[in-house]
Design a protein around this ligand. Structure first.
Ligand SMILES: [Ca+2]
Ligand SMILES: [Ca+2]
Length: 82
């Protein structure tokens, strides 16, 4: 592979690794890019309303991808496969 293309491929690979920030469509069923408590509990019934409130850092009642990443880091939410 020519070097410029390889560099591009590496940048693309790095971008893919960061694409953790993409909402999981299996959870985000209404596609607004945020996880509501009903959306989360449908997929992860073990997550209580209290845990959800803990994960909802800004208290808007929805989890954005940053809050999800923090929750996963804190072990409050299982990391989805794939
Ligand atoms: Ca949603
Ligand atoms: Ca929030």
């Amino acid at each position: 592979m020519p070097k410029p293309l390889l560099t591009l491929a590496l940048i693309f690979a790095a971008g893919t690794a960061l694409a953790q920030a993409e909402p999981d469509t299996a959870i985000d069923t209404d596609g607004d890019g945020l996880y509501s408590f009903p959306e989360v509990s449908a997929v992860m019934p073990e997550i209580s309303a209290d845990a959800f409130t803990t994960m909802d850092g800004n208290g808007d009642g929805l989890l954005d991808m940053e809050e999800v990443a923090l929750a996963q880091e804190a072990g409050l939410m299982p990391v989805s496969e794939g």
